[in-house]
Write a protein that binds this ligand. Sequence first.
Ligand SMILES: Nc1nc2c(ncn2[C@@H]2O[C@H](COP(=O)(O)OP(=O)(O)OP(=O)(O)O)[C@@H](O)[C@H]2O)c(=O)[nH]1
Ligand SMILES: [Mg+2]
Length: 190
Amino acid sequence: MSTSKKEIKILVLGNPGVGKNTFIGQGSYKKFTGVADWLTRRLSVEGKLRTVKLWNGSQGGERFSSLGNRAEFYKSFDGCILLYDITSTNSFSALESWKNEFCILRGIKDVTRYPLLIVGNKLDLEVQRTVQYHEAAEWCLQNGNLSFQEISANSSPVDPILEEIIRSVDILDQESLKINQEKTCKCLIF
Ligand SMILES: Nc1nc2c(ncn2[C@@H]2O[C@H](COP(=O)(O)OP(=O)(O)OP(=O)(O)O)[C@@H](O)[C@H]2O)c(=O)[nH]1
Ligand SMILES: [Mg+2]
């Protein structure tokens, strides 16, 4: 039985200037229209047309300034992409607090089971690199074996990253469905 969601909501978080708008804006057919807005992307994954709504975590301003509001906001997402800039050590160091904030407010107990991807952006600026690939890969390993890629959002397609997060969302959904089915079976037996 197919359990794939028709529409997947992904949050993009990271320090100012890392390239969130550039990442989200690639090939989108909707424009930002107001606070906490989103952009939609359609792409084919394993022969199926899927829709991804990409939200910029820094949009929203006052609407999500309180922790309570942010917790509500974060809960609505199926997955999260944490972006940093390979030429900015600060943006890489900030990953820890972005991840912690998201996981705590979203109520994620086991990050290894949640679709959370780390993406190092601005790969075209290799000569200005200050965050080494192995350093970021090691951090990802130590922080829940998180999936990690480097890209250049303004010069190459971000589709492979979206495809990967869609697959992770599908896996989690299938696992949840299985658990629910098992619970239902037990209820019917007892
Ligand atoms: N060289 C290079 N520049 C990039 C890349 N991605 C984004 N930029 C540039 O980096 C700057 C910031 O990009 P944005 O997409 O506005 O970053 P942001 O994370 O949305 O920034 P805030 O809105 O301030 O939080 C812009 O000048 C982009 O053109 C990239 O892959 N390579
Ligand atoms: Mg922006």
